[in-house]
Structures are given as structure tokens and as C-alpha cells.
Design a protein. Structure first.
Length: 155
């Protein structure tokens, strides 16, 4: 009788551990999925998507027209001073423009109280904007919907 109880208890513990493991895998999987809204004709946006994929992100890219992209940016709290050519959503955050994958990974790991991060404009040398050897210095900015801006990373 005792060995049967131990067997049942062990089975419950294993099933429970498997459930936690599956939940953890599901959470990690959904955290690494990025939904990107971009222009269908923009080559640098496509290159940024490829940069994310090469760094382990699952990307669901949607080609949208300029009016729709502007609406998505506005709804996400992206203003003209931090806007770029594509907008992404991941893990409850907004990522605007050519932000390096390492910065996104750090944001997801540290979970700061921000709306998102942005590489304003289209900085030369940022992921997707590599053309020749030119690499301009740029900042990735953290932003909130109430207008606060701070430097998240310097490149």
C-alpha cells in the first residue's frame, strides 16, 4: 500500500513538473515572438526582421501601408521624435525602428516600467542599416506614453 502511494505521489509530481516545464517553454516561446508592422517595399525593414530571426526571435511580419503604420505608431505611443520606419510589439512592449536584438533581449529580461524602446530615424550601421563600413553613433531611447524619454543604450 505504501509503495502504491509513493508511486501515485511520484506520478503527480512528475506530471506537475512537466506542466511547469511546458508552461515555462510556452512563456519563453511567446516572449520571443515579435509582431512587426512594416512597409512592403522597405529593404531595411526586411533586413531588420532577418537580424531578429538570426538572434532567435520568431517574427510575424505584416506589410501595411503608410497610413496603417502611422495609426499603429500613434496607438503604441510612438511620437515623431522617436519614430522610424517600422513598429514591432513583443512581450507587452513596443520596439520602434532598427533596435539591436541584444537591446530587446535586455529589455525583456529586466522588464523596465516603460512603453518601449526606439532607435529614432534610421541610423547608419544599426541592424538592417548596414551599408558599407559607415556606422554612425546612435542611442536607443526608452519611452513612456506620458512622454518621458531616457537613453536605454548607446551604440
Amino acid at each position: 500500500m505504501r509503495s502504491r502511494r509513493l508511486l501515485v505521489l511520484a506520478s503527480v509530481m512528475l506530471a506537475s513538473a512537466a506542466g511547469f516545464s511546458a508552461a515555462g517553454a510556452q512563456q519563453k516561446s511567446s516572449a520571443s515572438k515579435v509582431v512587426v508592422y512594416k512597409s512592403p517595399t522597405c529593404g531595411c525593414c526586411k533586413a531588420w526582421v532577418e537580424h531578429l530571426q538570426a538572434n532567435g526571435f520568431q517574427v510575424d511580419a505584416h506589410d501595411v501601408d503608410d497610413a496603417r503604420l502611422q495609426a499603429i505608431e500613434t496607438e503604441a505611443g510612438v511620437t515623431n521624435d522617436i519614430a522610424s520606419c517600422h513598429t514591432a510589439k513583443i512581450g507587452g512592449y513596443v520596439v520602434e525602428g532598427h533596435v539591436p536584438a541584444a537591446d530587446i533581449q535586455r529589455m525583456l529580461k529586466t522588464r523596465p516600467p516603460i512603453t518601449g524602446i526606439s532607435a529614432p530615424g534610421m541610423p547608419m550601421g544599426s541592424p538592417g542599416m548596414e551599408q558599407g563600413s559607415r556606422k554612425d553613433p546612435y542611442n536607443v531611447m526608452a519611452f513612456t506614453k506620458d512622454g518621458r524619454r531616457t537613453v536605454f543604450a548607446k551604440h
